[in-house]
Design a protein around this ligand. Structure first.
Ligand code: TYM
Length: 332
């Protein structure tokens, strides 16, 4: 039997943060033992909002280095750059022509991002989820491991595939395979350090709102020192009136590898003055190996070139095959 496959990607729009790690990359690392993994840098997605062309290529490399630093093994997994495979854009166009416009008008992430941009919203931003569907469907993955915020895009991907199969395939011979999302509960929604009701995000203008995976120990200490808390003593999970408290305890729980009940008991009587140094140290310990490996990979540009060239080749075999099948079914 063929090894089951996963596909996932991240936009190279800035440094990767703890949400990207806990919601996505960490799960890819554990899945790569049992799955054939296709992991990419979504650079075509990164240009749907204003960006600096001088930094795009470098950001792609930084994200690739972060994947490897977090434990993705390029021998075992395929790491590639979305824009290097024209099949993504081509399938996106084909899917565009069968996707009803009103399906895109419902997308929450579009509404959020469009709101931030005012007048300057591109057609690309609205179209973004169709490109994401193409990214996924090209590789016929069994599972797509992502954070909670991508759930709606995965549902749309399934809807588009179902529609294409209905219009151009048959029940016995579907053109595209329907993928399942994989959203693990712990870490699926890491919240901002400045507001526990907002998700941690690369696009938040405040650096202090997020923990980047390559933050120095000193910066980690500063960010935790300044992060938003509340005036109460005693720390607890799941109190809706204390979102920051829940988020920080959750981070401590995941990064220290402890059970929720153990953390709840350990922190029940603590004040912030006692908890913050504990969380800082846990973060420093967890992120140190990632930072060290990242520096090592970034210092070897030849190695990264080779990983991406190999990734492109392997991805192309699968993507071309699927694109050919879709084009044939659609009458080309
Ligand atoms: P992006 O670049 O915003 O985020 C990459 C991954 O990180 C997860 N994530 C989070 N998880 C938990 N807490 C957070 N605060 C947090 N912030 C981000 C995201 O859920 C995601 O898994 N549209 C995608 C990129 C993409 C893609 C794809 C993903 C393009 N094509 C195909 C999967 C399959 C995005 O913008 O992710």
């Amino acid at each position: 039997m063929a090894t089951p496959r996963i596909l996932s990607g991240i936009q190279p729009t800035g440094n990767l943060h703890l949400g990207n790690y806990l919601g996505a990359i960490r799960n890819w690392v554990s899945l790569q033992q049992d799955y054939d993994c296709f992991l990419f840098m979504a650079d075509l997605h990164a240009i749907t909002v204003p960006y600096d062309p001088k930094q795009l290529a470098e950001n792609v490399r930084k994200v690739a280095a972060t994947y490897i630093a977090c434990g993705i093994d390029p021998e075992r997994s395929t790491i590639f750059v979305q824009s290097q495979l024209s099949a993504h854009s081509e399938l996106a166009w084909l899917l565009n022509c069968i996707t009803p416009l009103n399906w895109l008008e419902r997308m929450i992430q579009f509404k959020e991002k469009a709101l931030k941009q005012g007048e300057n919203v591109s057609v690309g931003l609205q179209n973004y989820p169709v490109l994401q569907a193409a990214d996924i469907l090209l590789y016929e993955p069994d599972l797509v491991p992502v954070g909670e915020d991508q759930k709606q895009h995965l549902e749309l991907t399934r809807d588009i595939a179902t529609r294409l199969n209905f219009q151009f395939g048959s029940e016995a011979q579907p053109v595209l395979k329907l993928p399942e999302p994989l959203i693990l509960k712990a870490g699926a929604r890491v919240m901002s350090l400045s507001d526990g009701s907002k998700k941690m995000s690369k696009s938040d203008p405040s650096e202090l709102s997020r923990i980047d995976l390559t933050d120095s120990p000193e910066l980690l200490q500063k960010k935790i020192k300044k992060c938003k808390t509340d005036p109460e003593r005693g720390l607890e999970f799941d109190n809706p009136a204390r979102p920051e408290c829940h988020n920080l305890l959750n981070l401590y729980m995941i990064l220290s590898g402890q059970e929720k009940t153990a953390v709840a008991a350990e922190c029940a009587e603590m004040g912030w003055g006692q908890f913050k140094p504990l969380l800082t140290e846990t973060l420093q310990t967890a992120l140190r190996p990632i930072r060290d490996k990242y520096d090592q990979v970034m210092a070897e540009p030849g190695y990264l070139d080779q990983v991406l060239a190999q990734g492109r080749e392997r991805a192309d075999v699968v993507a071309s095959e699927t694109l050919g099948r879709v084009k044939a079914a659609m009458g080309f």
